[in-house]
Design a protein around this ligand. Structure first.
Ligand code: MG
Length: 254
């Protein structure tokens, strides 16, 4: 069941979303070659606690893992798609680093992700990054009352294909509210005009994951990190979007 939020609830969700956005802006500011993803996790966690929020990913038990996620952010590098565990591994020049942040504040969740290009990256990776960002924006444009859920999915796949990239099919965007993962699941592919009709008050976390190579992914031995099967680079962006009478409102951009 898709839970529609009242305007008052969306105001509360804006607060959670703002905390996530602030963490991502801080990371954008400090991310560079030589620092570790563990350091980014520490910085993020400090901001989250300082703002009296809770890092939702920490201790999270996923549908695929019986091991609680150990960190406050996910940090996924290059061929890692999502759910990378922060570690003492250093970020290098030429890397694409995806950072995903989830919080709970005042009873409502916030969730967003950005991919960062570190130093001198290849033209192909730059194109992937641009296509993923644009896929997210094109999908957000479809978040209008009376539209259909699969319009969002189709917009993502269409943009990916235009640049010759594939989309990850095993992981999806989602509704968000009091819970981090609510209905519906938002696929990153499919024909338009299908699925539930979009209504005022729906709030979605839309998260395109685009691959340079094939769409297949695997889960690593840590039981969390998702990487591409073919070892080629993947890119991930995510924003929270509220469907309102005034059109889509992106909650996780300041
Ligand atoms: Mg998400």
């Amino acid at each position: 069941m898709i839970i529609c939020k009242t305007s008052a609830e969306i105001e509360k969700m804006k607060e959670s979303a703002k905390i996530v956005a602030a963490v991502l802006l801080k990371i954008e500011d400090i991310i560079k070659p030589g620092i570790t993803t563990k350091y980014l996790d520490e910085v993020a966690e400090k901001i989250i606690y300082k703002r009296k929020a809770e890092p939702v990913f920490k201790g999270y038990l996923g549908r695929l893992s019986d091991v609680p996620f150990p960190s406050s952010i996910c940090a996924s590098i290059n061929d890692e798609v999502v759910h990378g565990i922060p570690s003492s591994r250093k970020i290098k020049d030429g890397d694409l680093v995806s950072i995903d942040v989830g919080v709970k504040y005042n009873g409502y969740c916030g969730d967003a992700a950005r991919s960062f290009l570190i130093g001198d990256v290849s033209g192909e990776v730059k194109a992937l990054w641009k296509a993923t960002r644009e896929a997210l924006d094109l999908s957000i444009e479809k978040c209008n009352i009376g539209g259909r859920l699969s319009d969002l999915s189709h917009a993502i796949e269409k943009r990916a294909k235009e640049s010759g990239f594939s989309v990850v099919k095993d992981f999806v965007g989602h509704g968000i509210g009091k819970d981090m993962h609510e209905d519906p699941q938002i696929l990153n592919y499919g024909p338009p005009g299908k699925g539930p009709v979009l209504k005022k008050g729906m709030v979605f976390a839309i998260e395109p994951m685009l691959n340079i190579g094939k769409s297949g992914v695997k889960i690593l031995d840590d039981k969390w990190t998702v990487s591409t099967k073919d070892g080629k680079v993947s890119c991930h962006f995510e924003d929270m979007v509220a469907i309102t009478g005034d059109g889509p409102i992106i909650l996780t951009r300041l």
